[in-house]
Design a binder for this molecule. Structure first.
Ligand SMILES: Nc1ncnc2c1ncn2[C@@H]1O[C@H](COP(=O)(O)OP(=O)(O)OP(=O)(O)O)[C@@H](O)[C@H]1O
Ligand SMILES: [Mg+2]
Length: 1008
């Protein structure tokens, strides 16, 4: 017996691997018989395998069913770590105190453990993984380590199932022990980083933002017996479940209340198209040729020559929609239509699609009990044809309506299945003699083995009956009917641009300002109708599109369009199904870009050339990439921008960075003679690879200035404290900010308090009141804890990051370097975690400026270079002067005077162009200092005087002290050599520095 994990050969009958202790056989919990690891039911007593006691089996490897464990352990990236979009489910047990009080603990446990087992069973039923068992609860993930396109739906179904199962168990407990148990479930969807899955399947999760926290909070908020969802989950599971909106609810750790939903029951939608119907379908476009083919097959079948039509196409191209339109057209009038579809989690549930079909044939409803089922099935069969009466027991068995003591229940399982298949086949053929029959099987790629064998049997009988069998599936599925003369396959592809436009037009409306957006959408999705619809939905949600359907207008600039959650899930699931080496190849390719030149791929993919070729042809066959051209050099391209973004998004930051840096080196070598043609790409890889000096080198193209309206959006409109401050009106700004804070306090507005504190910090800093600035910013540091650190509160950067960076600066002026360093480091770490450009720039500036104050001149440039690259690439000209000015000074310390002067002059010019007055006096001082170092004392002196005047005019008292210091130094040197005047300046500077507690400057001044 070979161990699937370590390949060790074990003696037959072993239960565990002798080498690595991996369970080899599933041991039946009921009769103890040993079963092959893949069995779901015990071969001896037919009990369900895989449901184990949590107490006995605490490690994930033990409670994860074997087929899942194997999938996980062989999945690429599982060991290395990945970013995934998942749904997180927390469930815990609320038991009544009596249960625990009156009983000895062991007995109480034995009553409660089954609840935990039921929770886990429900999770596994929908292929989730139980990541942790904590006391009386579990944490489960759907969509990790293996991506599922419907992770949110699965989580909801699992919650419904566990609630239902536990409720049933609770009834029994109540009757037998008079005790009450209920569970609370909380669900949320979002991004997580999954790291290091050990061979014991243990996974570590770092939450990105609040994904896991919020799921946990939902569970804590849930009343016993209920399940709560967040908006993020509902957005993907809409239609599949029915919910009751509980409205915005305060959640501990979050400033703003969040909308919460209670799950009520399963929704009416079973497929994505059903869910879309509830929202209203888009106008049907194109597909004339396909409808014509279906119509012909229908005519043949009506004449008694049964036909099979298979429609094949990628997710979302419109297979289901084509059927929907066909079935509802006048052509099928007079036909009996029987529909069924497979479910993504249904591969392991025998006959799932068939049950739907039979239930609708016999008109069974959810409320029908066993007696009603028996009556309807028996009646239905006998009315059709009395000769079919032998089919009744097998049909009842399928539909869970067979009495336990019926002889058929005792027949061997394989025979039972054979007879069931035959019964359904006869039923359908019998029916087709009364009226022509249209049988629909959707989504064969998820079909279970039992339904498959039924279909195979049915296919053989088709040619002689009045039946049209239509099926659809995605390209990865295969069947054996290809050679039948009565079979035809229709391949459907994404919509051509005209049809895609025709689809978009009625949704978007026809305003000319939307034309570019429409073109971009079609290009990004390459005409896939689902991706188009979902992209529009996402744009409406993010308010890029505003107004009414059919008459949208642009709400804001569609700069960074996100991949819609539903599309993300579909694509991620497809990528996860690739073989490990192919997935790795696809990811490496995604780092190169949407277009992938072969030369770069060979050098980046870390695979032998031959393997890359084979991998590429598999990726082409899977329709993820295609060959864009062969000459002069082969180049591949991602099928659509969305696939590219999802593949790239799954790679962890560290790995991405390493690959980008490698691509940069390769490009520099390969294109050595034509670097200028590739500057954009070079700059991009240098930036992403964090090779800062190179990035700056290639980023010659400088950004321009920010427009007035954009500055207003980033900082605040006229009359706001931010606006007044940045335009240099500090005292007016101070009055406004103090008033804002007082108002915020009296209304208890957390958001406005945070914003006011932040502005006060900046204003006091400019005024030279570092103590008051520290006080205001420190308040934010105290307020912004836990999840609140991730909230923007309407500011352009994260207040937690920006307050920390400014605080570091103020503390540095005050000479409190230990505290300053701690603040700067925390701010930088948070900014990196969130990876938000504006916040990163501010954090880096904080770090660089602090080193400047500390006198660590060699350490100033690096963080500022990073910041500069980000301001250029992310196009934030507003921040350019803030970064470029101190960087100029840093370059001067390195002896790079020309670069230094260029940067500082540009910084000052830009602030003037944008009319940003705040702190410009300090920039003049720096430029003066650089001119002095560069040997231009007269220029330096003029700058010093200008700075002094400006600082006094704007009441920037700290900067006044710096101007005086500069003037002192210049005046002492040639050609002035005016010692008396110099001493005068220095004394004035020192007095000012001392009165402002600027210990760092005071120390520097007294050194002389
Ligand atoms: N020709 C079309 N005209 C207008 N809308 C369409 C068209 N084809 C598909 N759509 C819309 O696109 C969405 C996705 O289509 P559909 O559900 O049929 O895809 P599918 O191919 O069945 O995908 P899956 O493989 O995931 O089942 C639906 O909302 C559908 O209404
Ligand atoms: Mg479909």
């Amino acid at each position: 017996m070979k161990c699937p994990r370590c390949d060790q050969d074990n003696p037959a009958g072993s239960r565990f691997c002798g080498e690595c202790a991996m369970p080899l056989a599933a041991v039946c919990p009921k009769c103890g018989a040993s079963n092959p690891p893949d069995n779901r039911f015990c071969g001896q007593c037919a009990s369900e395998l895989g449901v184990q006691s949590a107490e006995r089996m605490p490690a994930p490897q033990a409670y994860t069913p074997r087929h899942l464990a194997e999938k996980i352990l062989t999945s690429p990236g599982a060991q290395a770590g990945e970013r995934k979009t998942v749904t997180v489910l927390f469930a815990d047990l609320k038991s009544s105190m009596e249960l625990l009080l009156d009983r000895d603990p062991e007995e109480a446990r034995s009553l409660l453990d089954p609840v935990l087992e039921l929770m886990m069973e429900a999770v596994h039923q929908f292929e989730g993984t139980v990541n942790q068992v904590m006391g009386d609860g579990i944490m489960a993930l759907f969509g990790a380590p293996l991506a599922h396109e419907d992770h949110a739906v699965r989580a909801c179904y699992a919650a419904l199932r566990m609630q239902e199962r536990v409720a049933r168990y609770a009834d029994e407990l109540r009757r037998r022990h008079g005790a009450d148990v209920q569970i609370r479930v909380g669900i949320n969807s979002g991004e997580v980083v999954v790291r290091s899955i050990g061979t014991d399947l243990h996974m570590d999760y770092s939450a990105v933002g609040h994904t896991t926290h919020l799921a946990g909070r939902m569970q804590q908020l849930a009343r016993p017996g209920t399940t709560l969802l967040t908006e993020a989950t509902l957005a993907i599971a809409e239609g599949y479940v029915e919910v009751r909106a509980l409205g915005p609810t305060p959640v501990r750790g979050l400033a703003e209340p969040v909308p919460v939903y209670e799950m009520v029951r399963v929704g009416s939608a079973r497929t994505r198209l059903h869910a879309a119907m509830a929202r209203g379908l888009t106008r049907f476009v194109g597909r004339d040729a396909e409808l014509e083919q279906l119509r012909r097959a229908l005519e043949e079948a009506r004449a008694g020559r049964g036909q099979i039509v298979a429609v094949v196409g990628e997710p979302g191209v419109g297979k289901s929609r084509l059927f929907y339109e066909f079935i509802r057209s006048h052509r099928t009038a007079g036909w009996l239509v029987l529909e069924s579809s497979s479910a993504s989690y249904g591969k392991t549930t025998p006959y799932l699609p068939l049950l739907g079909l039979l239930r609708s044939y016999f008109k069974l409803s959810d409320d029908d009990d066993t007696r009603a089922i028996r009556a309807k099935v028996t009646g239905g069969v006998l009315t059709l044809d009395e000769d079919l009466k032998d089919s009744i027991p097998p049909l009842l068995w399928l539909l869970d309506g067979l009495p336990d003591d019926h002889p058929f229940a005792a027949v061997e399982i394989a025979r039972r299945r054979e007879q069931a298949v035959e019964a359904v086949r006869l039923l359908l053929i019998g029916e087709s003699q009364h009226q022509p029959l249209l049988v629909v099987f959707e989504d064969l790629h998820w079909i279970d083995a039992e339904t498959q064998s039924l279909l195979d049997a049915l296919v053989e009988s088709i040619p002689t009956v009045r039946t049209l069998l239509v099926v659809n599936y995605r390209p990865e599925y295969q069947h054996a009917w290809g050679s039948k003369t009565y079979y035809r396959q229709l391949r459907i592809d994404a919509l051509p641009p005209e049809s895609a436009e025709a689809l978009l037009e009625p949704i978007l409306g026809s305003h000319p300002e939307l034309r570019p957006l429409q073109r971009m959408l079609i290009e990004r999705t390459e005409g896939n109708p689902l991706f188009l619809e979902e992209s529009v939905r996402a744009l409406v949600e993010t308010e890029v599109l505003v107004g009414q359907p059919g008459a949208y207008r642009l709400g804001k600039d569609p700069i960074a369009i996100q991949v819609p959650a539903t599309v993300q899930a579909i694509l991620a699931a497809r990528i996860d199904r690739l073989a490990p080496e192919d997935k790795q190849l696809l990811q490496a390719a995604s780092v190169i870009g949407k277009d992938v030149p072969w030369v770069l791929l060979v050098e980046t993919a870390e695979q032998p050339e031959e393997q890359i070729r084979r991998g590429l042809s598999r990726l082409q066959a899977a329709e993820l990439v295609y060959e864009a051209r062969l000459f002069p050099a082969p180049e591949y391209t991602f099928k659509h921008a969305l696939t590219h973004e999802v593949a790239y998004g799954g790679i962890l930051q560290d790995r991405r960075r390493a690959i980008h840096a490698r691509i940069l080196r390769v490009m520099e070598r390969v294109h050595a003679d034509r670097l200028s043609e590739h500057v954009d790409r070079l700059a991009h890889h240098a930036f992403r690879g964090e090779v800062w000096d190179k990035a700056l080198h290639y980023l010659r193209r400088l950004g321009t200035t920010d427009s007035r309206p954009r500055i207003d959006t980033l900082i605040g409109g006229p009359e706001s404290a931010g606006y007044l401050w940045i335009h240099g009106e500090h005292e007016h700004a101070l009055t406004v900010a103090l008033r804002d804070r007082a108002v915020a306090a009296s209304f208890g507005s957390f958001r406005d308090t945070v914003r006011a504190n932040y502005r006060l910090g900046q204003i006091y800093y400019s005024l030279g009141d570092y103590t008051s600035a520290t006080d205001a910013l420190q308040r934010n540091a105290t307020l912004l804890e836990g999840d609140l650190r991730y909230e923007f509160f309407g500011l352009a950067g994260l207040p937690a990051v920006m307050s920390g960076a400014w605080l570091a600066l103020c503390l540095g002026e005050l000479g409190r370097f230990d505290e300053a360093t701690a603040q700067a480091e925390a701010a930088a770490a948070l900014a990196r975690e969130v990876d938000h450009p504006f916040s990163l720039v501010v954090a880096h500036v904080g770090t660089g400026m602090l080193e400047l104050l500390r006198g660590e001149h060699a350490k100033v440039a690096e963080p500022l270079e990073q910041a500069l690259v980000i301001t250029r690439l992310s196009d934030i000209p507003l921040l350019f002067p803030v970064v470029a000015a101190p960087l100029g000074l840093a370059y001067a310390f390195q002896g790079r005077h020309a670069d230094a002067i260029r940067l500082l002059e540009e910084a000052i010019e830009r602030t003037e162009a944008m009319e940003l007055g705040a702190n410009n006096a300090l920039r003049l001082v720096w430029l003066g200092r650089v001119q002095m170092l560069a040997g231009n004392p007269d220029v330096a002196r003029r700058l010093g005087l200008r700075a002094l005047e400006m600082a006094r005019r704007r009441r920037e008292r700290g900067h006044e002290a710096y101007a005086l210091q500069l003037l002192g130094e210049v005046t002492r040197q040639a050609p002035y050599r005016d010692e008396a005047q110099a001493t005068e300046y220095v004394r004035a500077a020192l007095t000012l520095a001392e009165s402002l507690s600027m210990r760092t400057l005071a120390a520097a001044l007294s050194e002389r």
